[in-house]
Write a protein that binds this ligand. Structure first.
Ligand code: ARG
Length: 401
């Protein structure tokens, strides 16, 4: 039987050419798999037809938008995950859901190998292949751009020679990856890290310098997940979509960073994640009133480690699973409302309320009616500083003072 290869298909030039290129290089049949994670643009049916026209024996499209929002974006929100303090893991969390569908398709169509369109310099090759190794240890991986010398020039020549139904003339200087959680743009003149991004880079956000009137929004959370916006029930996907629209209109969620790739390169990326950044901001502020101090401090460190694992392609790892269990446990009382104003590039929280809040007005107030016994503070401070005081006395003695 002819060998079969499942290809992660985007509909673009590289993966369209990869269908025939892989076929010629390996003699295998290619099954194209496209996964909708809310990237927008062309209809999935158009993408499916193009894959078939480019020589795929089968083309399979999966609507994974709710799955992506529920099982990938929501854990990221619960972790308040920002890699290196900035990046809400837009591309990093889409790879594992795509991997799931690739492995599923490989089983359904009897394929032995999975192919993806990544280069050998980025993180995504790692995320795809570590994910595939984990979910389908018997499956082989191949990356035509990296392993079969499919360069851009060769791709254009191949598409023209074979008359493939794909645009080869339109030169986009950027590499773009997008889904409902955000958008990532790199390469071109952005590789000079002193160059400021120009307006044409952005798509999810309007220029924050000239914002419309401020937009006040109330986000209701239940156990760490948004369940209503301005009193209207929403699914996680709808919450992200609505905030992409409203925070995006105010230019919220633009990020310009030089980040540390797993392969050891520092690279510059422009992100737009209006919904994700508005939600993470609101969620963090709700945690501030509903999570106990020590648990909150520890959770911040766990969230950072979680972000690194996910960035580094370890979505399906045991440590990530254990950290998920910790994070999930912390979300038990993260329920309530956050009011925030979206305006001029900022999402500013200005009100919070929760039935499970730890904020105690009577303890916090400086007005009369205060229940906090201030006389206890003196003794507490004396003991709290004791070990440093003892050590300092010893230090001074040792220094001969
Ligand atoms: N640097 C991001 C990451 O590794 C995004 C990668 C894809 N970016 C792109 N513009 N194609 O997660």
């Amino acid at each position: 039987m002819t060998e079969r290869i499942v290809l992660a298909y985007s509909g673009g030039l590289d993966t369209s050419v990869a269908i025939g290129w892989i076929g010629e290089a390996t003699g295998a049949e290619v099954i194209a798999v496209a996964v909708d994670v809310g990237q927008g643009g062309e209809s999935l049916e158009d993408i499916r037809q193009r894959a078939l026209a480019c020589g795929a024996v089968e083309a399979y499209v999966a609507d994974a938008r709710d799955e992506f929002a529920n099982d990938y974006a929501m854990p990221t929100l619960k972790a308040n995950a920002l890699y290196q303090g900035h990046y809400p893991l837009v591309s990093a969390i889409s790879r594992p859901v795509i991997v799931k569908h690739l492995v599923k398709a490989a089983r359904e169509f009897g394929a032995t190998t999975v192919a993806h369109g990544c280069t050998g310099k980025g993180n995504d090759q790692v995320r795809f292949e570590v994910g595939i190794q984990t979910l389908g240890p018997d499956l082989k991986c191949i990356a035509p751009v990296r392993d079969l010398a499919l360069t851009r020039d060769k791709a254009i020549a191949f598409a023209e020679a074979k008359g493939l139904p794909i645009e080869t003339t339109k030169k986009n200087p950027y590499s773009i990856d997008q889904n409902v959680w955000g958008r990532a743009v790199e390469t071109g003149y952005l590789e000079d890290i002193w160059n400021a991004p120009t307006k044409d880079i952005y798509d999810y956000t309007a220029t924050p310098e000239f914002p419309p009137a401020p937009d006040e929004v109330i986000i209701t959370f239940a156990q760490g997940v948004p369940v209503a916006i301005d009193g209207h029930k929403v699914s996680p996907l709808q919450a992200i979509q609505e905030l992409n629209r409203r925070a995006g209109a105010q230019g919220v969620g633009r990020i310009d960073v030089v980040e540390d790739r797993l392969v050891g390169i520092k690279s510059r990326e422009i992100y737009e994640a209006p919904g994700a950044m508005a939600l993470i901001t609101a969620h963090k502020h709700l945690e501030d009133i509903t999570i106990e101090r020590e648990q909150a401090r520890f959770k911040a460190a766990v969230g950072q480690r979680w972000s690194e694992l996910v960035y580094d392609g370890q979505w399906f790892s045991p440590l990530k699973r254990s950290l998920d269990a910790f994070i999930e446990d912390t979300q038990q009382y993260v329920s309530g409302d956050i009011r925030m104003t979206l305006h001029g590039g900022a999402a500013i929280v200005n009100g919070r309320r929760s039935d499970t809040s730890l904020y105690d007005f009577d303890l916090a107030t400086y007005d009369t009616g205060d229940t906090f016994d201030q006389s206890q503070a003196r003794g507490f401070i004396e003991l709290w500083g004791m070990s440093s005081k003892v050590a300092s006395t010893r230090d001074q003695r040792a220094a001969g003072k």
